[in-house]
Design a protein. Structure first.
Lengths: 461, 461, 461, 461
C-alpha cells in the first residue's frame, strides 16, 4: 500500500523553493515517483517538475530557476509509468485573475461526474488528475477573493483533499471537512509553512503551530495569516492508516506522536495476541516501534533479526532462469544468530496480499527458527481505500476472503495474530467517529457514487 | 530566422506512428527543439513528447508505445528553454465527446484577446501556447461533428494556422484562409498523409495529391476523405520566405519546386545586381541554388569556396579569454584555393542582423580574396513576421534602419546587392496578392490588434 | 570511515554474471562508487564496469553482454571523483598466456616501491590502483601454472589483500598471510562461490563452506577445487573494525556472527561504561545491535529515538544562505516522544571526527532530552588504517589528540564512554594476536615503509 | 570507408585544452565515436575521455578540469561498440621518468608480433589498441631523453603512425618514414600546434608552418621547437585516399589544397570518362568539387540534384514491417526539378560496396531522370587498407571481384566510369612513388606480416 502524495508550502522566506525542496525530501516516503515545485516572485509563478525522487528531480540549477519568497511543492506516487509526467504536480492554471498553482493530497470520489458536467458545458481537460477538476470549479466562480472562490468551488467536490494553492499574492491551505489527510501549519521566522507532516517542519527548524482542522482554510498573504472555516464537518475521517503505516515515526499526527502510537499498538497487540516466543523481531523499518512495545509488554527480548538493505533501487533484474524470487531477499535478510533455534514472534504493521509475509516467514525459518509467530499491529486489511491511498483491489486483499487460520496456513506461520479494531482505537485513545477505518471495516465516511472511469487517455512525457 | 513548426499526420496505416517519426525527421529543419507524436487506436489516444531532435525524442520503445493506424506529429522551435516541455505538441484535450490532439504550425494574432474573454467566462489555461486557445474554442461549440465544431471555432481566430487534429475517429487538416503556412496531402496505399512539406511525403514514398487550399479543411475518416471549405479567402497570404529560405529544396511548395525557384531568384539577382567577379560562391547550404543560378546567368565559374561542418551541435563552449568568436567559424570555413586572389561574389538567401554576413566577408577576405561582393537573393528584411516565424525585433533587423550602403560598410563588403521585391515576384512568376511579403514590405495581410501579452507564466519540465 | 571494496566470484553456474550482480548487491555496503564484473566463456573474458551503485551500473543489456559460467565482480569506494572510472575493477590484463582479470580488496603497503622498481625495468603503469602492481608481478613470473605464478608474485607484496583472479580456465581466490580482509567460500549446486562476506552467499542461497585462511589460495577449475597454502602466517591481522562497523550484521565473519558480536560489545560497554539513563537509543542502523545489548544489560528500555531516512542521495543541495547544516538532519531525525524529558543514552559504533556526534547530541537535546550520554561500542579511533579502509588523517581523528573529557565537551554530551581495547577482545572472545587493531592501538602488524606517493597522475573517465 | 583517427596538440598557450577542443572539432570528420584530451600543468597530466562527438564528450566542467598550457587530443572511429571506452585516446602511461600521454593516427602492421614478444618477457597489456605497443617499447628504452627513447622504440614498429606525445616537459610529434597519415605544424603566438589537418589550424587562427616530414620528429619544449630526423624514408606512402575522400576540402594536404585537387580529379575524369548528360549532379558533400570540375570541363550545367540532410543521427529506427530501407533516403533526397526528364551524370568520390550507389541511382531515376550515368572520381577500390582506414574486407569490395560492366549492371546505372590510376596521379601532379595507393593497386609499401590477431579480449566501459 502506497500513499499518493505529500505537500509542502512556504510563504515569506527568501529561500522559499530551497526550503520546499528540503521539506519535500522529508516527505519523500509519501511519494517517490514524481516531484515538483512552483515558486512565486512578484505576481509570476515558475514551475519545475520531473519524474523521480526529489534529489533526482532538483539540482542546483533547477532551484536557482525558482526564485521568490513563496513556493509550494508536491511528491507523488503515480500509477502509470511513462505517462506520469503530465500529471506531476503542482498543476498550474491560468485564471482570468492570473495564474494559480495547486498541489493535492487525496482523492475525490465524484471527479468523473463533475468532469462530465464541465465538459458538457465546454471545458477541456488536459490531465488525468482529479486535481484538474478543482481548477475548473474555481474558474467557474467569478466573485470574491481567491479564498472565496476556492471555498465555493470545494462545495461541489466530495472525497479526500488536503490542498495547497499558490497565487500571485496568497498561499492557501485547505483540508477537507472529514480531514482524511493530514496538514499542519508551522512558522519559520516571519514566514508560514504548511506540510503534510510535522517531520518536514522539523527538518527546516520551523516551529509547529497547529494542525489545520477538517473544513478549515488558512490563507497566508501580505497581511499575515487568516484562518477560516469553509465547510461543516459532519464527522471525522482522519485516516487511521496514517498512524499504522504511512506517516513517518517522528511526525506528530492528528495530535499524537506516531512512534509512540505505534509502540502502544504493539503493547495492545501483546495483550490481545500474545505469543510464546523467545525473541520478538520486527519487520524493519515500519514494524520496529510496535515490536518494541510488544516485546516490552510480554517481557521477551527484542532483537533485529531481520536487516533491511539501504541500497534497494526501484528496478532489480531477476536471473532469467531463476525459480527463486529475490524481490524480498534483496530488501531483507535474516540474522541467523538471533533466530536459530528460537521461537520467533515477528511483528509487522500490516498484511496486504500475504505474499511478502510468506517470504519473510520462510526466510526466518530457513535461518533456523524453531517457530514463527506473525503478529500484525493492526486489524486485517479487507477493503480498498478510496481516499488517497493506492491499495490492491478487494480480490487481492487476502483478508477480504480468507480467515485468519487460512492466512496463517498460506504464509506458513505457526500462528498469526491481528490487533482488533477496538484494540486499535483503545491504543490510539480516540473515538472511532473521528477516524476513517474503511480499509479495516468497510465503513466509508462518504457515500461512493457509481463512478464512471475518468476518460482522458494517457498523456506521455 | 527560424520557423516555428512542422506538422505531419497519417490516417490508415498499421505503422502510423513510425511513419510520422520518419515524416517529422524530414521536417526537422522546421523545428529542432521539441518533437511529439500522438497515435490513435480504437477510440484512445497515446502521446509521447520530448525536448530535442526527433531522433533524440523517439527510440524504439517510445514508438512501440504508440500503436495504432493513425497518428499526428509535430516538431517545434521554442523560444523558452527549460520551460518548453509543457508546450511541446501535439497538445491533448479531453472534450465531452472524447480526446482530441492538435498540432499547429503558425501564430494567431488575437490569441491573447480570446484567452482573456474565455478566462472571464471561467476557462482555465494550462500552457503558454496559443494553440490552447483553439482547443477552448472548439470546446465551446456543442453541435455537430468535430469538423463542424472546428470550423465554427476557427471563425473566431485570426492569423496563421496550418493545423492537424486527431480524434477517436477522424484526422482533420486545416489551412487558414490566407494560407500563410503550407500543408499538403498525400496518399500511401489506402491511407492519407498530411504534411507541412512534400519532402516528407517523398521520404515515406507517399504520392503527392494536392496542396490543401487556403480556407480548406480535409477530413479523413472511416469512409475516406472529404474536402470542405470552411472560410472564404479574402486574398492570399502564402509566406514568400518559405520559398526564400525555410522550405527544403526538394519540396514542392505552393505549386513550385523550391530548388528551381531559388535558382530563378539567383538568375534574376544576376540581372538586377551583377557583380564583376572571378568566382561565385554560395553560403552553404541554403545559398547554393541561388548561387548556381547567379553564376550561370553571369557566365562566371561557380565554386564551393565555403564549407559547412556536419558536426555543429547546439552548444559550443567558447574559450573564456577569447576575443575571437567562433560562432561562425565552427559552422563555416573558407577554401583558400577557391578564393585567393579572386574577386568573389558571395550569394546568400537573406541578411538579417548583418553580424553573420560580416564574419563571412571577413573570413573570405582572410582567405586572400581580392574583392568580396555580397549578393542577397531576396529583398532587404525590414519587418518582423507575425505569422509563425521567429524573427528578431525591428530594431535588430539591420535593413530596417540602414541604407544598403551603410549595411555594405558594416559588413565590410566591396559591394552589396539585393533582389528587388518586384524581381522576387518576377522570378517566382506569381502575383504579390497571393503572398505575404510583410517581412520585406511591412504589408501585413491581417490587421494586427494591439495585442496584450499572453499571461500564463512559465511552465517547467 | 569507508571500506574500500567488496569482491564476489562464481565458478560453474550458467548464470554466473547475474549471480555476481546479486552478490555485489549484497556487498554494496563495502563500496558504492563503482562496480564491475568480468565474465568468462570459453577462453575469453568480457568486462562491464561503471561508476555508481550495482543497480545503476548494470541493466539487463549489460548482464546479457556478459555470458559464461564464471565471473568475478567488484564494488569499490573511490577517493577521486571524476577520475575514478579508470580504476574501476576488476582490472583486465593480457599476459603471454592470455587474459586474466583481478579484483582486489585491501591495500598494499609497498606498491610504490615495487612500481618504481618495475618502471625502472621498463614496465608501464596505466592506472593509479596498486592492484596493477600485482598484475605486473605475475607477468614477471614465467614458469608454472597461473596459481604458481600468483603465489610467487605475492611473495613480493606486503599489506592487505583478498584477491579474486579469473583466467580462461581458473578462478582463484587468495587471502593475504595476515588475513586482514575477509574472504569466504561457498557452494551453489556444482559451482563454487567466493565472497567478501557470507551475506552474499545467503542472498543467492549458496551454502557456506569455510573462510579462506590467511595465506591460503583456493583454485577452482575444470577438476574441482584445490586448496593450497602459499605463505606462512607470522601472526593474525584480521580487521577488528569489520566486526565493529563494516561487515553487514547478517554476515558470519572470522567465525562469528556480526550482529551477535555487536550485541556483546554493547553488553561489555554496559559493564565498563554504564549510564544513568531512562532510555537507550541507537544511532541507526549500525548502532542498533550494540544498543540492544547495552539496554538489556542495564535493564533500561531500548527505543528507536532516532530515525534514519531511506532516501538520502549522495548529493544534497544546501540552501545558499543557510547557517544550518542539513548534512546530518536529512539522514537522521529525532523522535520527540521517545526523548522528551528523558535521560538518554545514545549508542554508536564509533566516533571519528566528532562532528557528526556533535550534531546528533544537539538534535537529541533539541528534542527535549534531559541528559545525553554518548556511548561508543569500541575504543577511541586514534590511528589511520593502512590496510584497505579509507580513514581521515591522524589530525582529523579527534581521539588522537583529545582526551575523552575534551571530546565530551566538544560534542556537548553530558558524558561520553568508550569500550576499552581489552573489553573489545573480551566481548569478541578472541586473542588480540589474531587481529589487527591498529586503528585503536597504533600497532600495525606490518612494518610501514617510508612510502613515496604513487606517481601516476589522474586518469579521466 | 572511415578514417580511424585525428590528432591535435598545442604547446604554450594558457587555454590549451580549450584550443584542443576546438581543433578536435575541426577534425571531427576523422572520427566520431570517441574523443579525449590530456592536458599538462607543471609535471602532471590530466585526462578526460569519452564516447561520442567532441561536443558530447566535453562540457565546460570537463574543460575546466584540464588546466595547463599544453594539451593533446584525439578523435577516433572505433570498431567495437560498447567496449570502446577502454581504447579511447590519448592513452596515459606511467614510465619510470613520469607520465606520458600518446595519441595515434594510423595502424601498425607488426603490433601482434611485438606484443607477443613483450608479453613473453613479462609485459602486460591492458587495451586492444596497438598504440599500447608503442608505450611498452618506449618503456624498454632506458637511456637518453624521451625523444631519444621514442626514436629508438619506433625502430621496432612497422606501419602507419602519426603520433603526438605529451610528457611533463615536452610535446612531441612524429610521422612514420612513409608518411602515410598527415601531420602539420602551426604557430599560435608563442605556442606550437600539431594537427592532422591544416583546417584545424585555421579554426583557431594558427599560422601554418609546414608539414612534418616522413621520418621526422618535432619536439616542443621550454627552449622552443627542435626538428630531428629519426628514420630514413625508403619511399613515400602518403595516403592518396586522403586526397580523394578523407581530408576536409579546406585542408592543405601533402602540399596541395584538397578542394582544388578534387576539382582536378573531376576535370581529369571528364577527359577519361565523359558522359552525354544534360546536368552534372554531385553526391553531396564529398562529391561536390569533383562534380564542379567535371561539369566545367564538359560544359554541362552543374546542379545540386541531391540534397543532404543536416539531421542524420547515428541511430535510426526502421519500421518493423518495412521492405523499404530508409538508410540512404534519410540522408539524401532527390530534387525532382533538377532531374526530371534529364540525362544525369552523377559524380561521387568512390564506390565501395555498391549498395549505396545502387540506391542513389534508383532515387534519381525515381525522380524522373531519363538516364543515369555514374562517374567515380577515383579508380576502383579493390584492396583493403592496412594503414589506418577502416575498409570492408576484400570480399565486400565490389570492384575486387566484378568488372566495371558488372558493377554498372548491379547499381542499375546506364553507364559507369572511373578515373584511371594514372589519371589520378596526373590530376594530382605527383609521382606514384611518393604515395600509397594500395586500396586501388594492391601495392602495399610495407610488407604485411602474417599477422596473428591481437589477443586481449574485450574491455568494457
Amino acid at each position: 500500500m502506497k500513499d499518493h502524495c505529500g505537500i509542502f508550502g512556504i510563504w515569506g522566506h527568501t529561500e522559499a523553493s530551497h526550503l520546499v525542496y528540503l521539506g519535500l525530501h522529508a516527505l519523500q516516503h509519501r511519494g517517490q515517483e514524481a516531484a515538483g515545485i512552483v515558486a512565486g516572485q512578484g505576481g509570476g509563478l515558475r514551475a519545475h517538475r520531473g519524474m523521480g525522487l526529489v534529489a533526482d528531480v532538483f539540482d542546483a540549477a533547477a532551484l536557482a530557476s525558482l526564485p521568490g519568497d513563496r513556493a509550494i511543492g508536491h511528491v507523488r506516487y503515480s500509477t502509470a509509468g511513462p505517462s506520469a509526467l503530465g500529471n506531476a504536480q503542482p498543476l498550474l492554471f491560468n485564471f482570468s485573475r492570473g495564474p494559480v498553482a495547486v498541489a493535492h493530497n487525496g482523492t475525490l470520489v465524484n471527479a468523473g461526474e463533475i468532469q462530465a458536467r464541465l465538459e458538457a458545458k465546454g471545458s477541456i481537460f488536459q490531465t488525468t488528475s482529479d486535481t484538474e477538476v478543482i481548477g475548473h470549479l474555481i474558474a467557474q466562480e467569478r466573485e470574491g477573493s481567491l479564498a472565496d472562490r476556492i471555498a465555493r468551488a470545494l462545495a461541489h467536490v466530495q472525497g479526500a483533499y488536503s490542498l495547497l494553492f499558490l497565487s500571485g499574492d496568497r498561499m492557501i491551505g485547505v483540508r477537507d471537512p472529514f480531514g482524511f489527510r493530514p496538514l499542519v501549519l508551522g512558522k519559520l521566522r516571519e514566514g508560514y509553512v504548511l506540510a503534510s507532516e510535522s517531520c518536514a517542519l522539523d527538518l527546516i527548524d520551523a516551529e509547529y503551530l497547529y494542525e489545520v482542522e477538517p473544513g478549515e482554510m488558512v490563507v497566508a498573504g501580505p497581511d499575515g495569516l487568516v484562518r477560516r472555516r469553509f465547510a461543516e464537518s459532519p464527522r471525522g475521517g482522519r485516516c487511521v492508516f496514517e498512524h499504522v503505516y504511512f506517516a513517518r515515526p517522528d511526525t506528530r499526527l492528528f495530535g499524537q506522536d506516531v512512534h509512540e502510537v505505534r509502540k502502544r499498538l504493539g503493547r495492545e497487540l501483546a495483550r490481545e495476541a500474545p505469543a510464546s516466543a523467545d525473541v520478538v523481531v520486527p519487520v524493519p523499518d515500519s514494524g520496529v516501534p510496535a515490536a518494541i512495545g510488544y516485546a516490552e509488554t510480554l517481557g521477551v527480548p527484542f532483537d533485529m533479526g531481520l536487516v533491511r538493505s539501504h541500497y534497494v533501487g526501484r528496478t532489480f533484474i531477476e536471473p532469467a532462469q531463476s525459480i527463486r524470487h529475490f524481490g524480498v531477499k534483496v530488501k531483507l535478510s535474516a540474522v541467523r544468530d538471533s533466530l536459530r533455534g528460537r521461537r520467533v514472534a515477528v511483528v509487522d504493521d500490516s498484511l496486504v496480499r500475504g505474499t511478502t509475509s510468506r517470504k519473510i516467514v520462510a526466510m526466518i525459518r530457513a535461518a533456523g527458527a524453531a517457530e514463527v509467530h506473525l503478529r500484525i499491529a493492526a486489524p486485517p486489511t479487507r477493503f480498498p481505500c478510496r481516499f488517497g491511498i493506492d491499495t490492491p483491489t478487494r480480490q487481492e486483499l487476502i483478508a477480504s476472503s480468507h480467515s485468519i487460520d487460512e492466512i496463517a496456513r498460506f504464509i506458513t506461520a505457526d500462528s498469526l495474530g491481528y490487533l482488533s479494531l477496538s484494540g486499535l482505537f483503545r491504543a490510539l485513545g480516540r473515538e472511532r467517529a473521528d477516524y476513517c477505518d474503511a480499509c479495516f471495516s468497510g465503513d466509508y465516511p462518504v457515500a461512493l457514487p457509481e463512478e464512471e472511469p475518468r476518460r482522458l487517455h494517457v498523456l506521455g512525457g
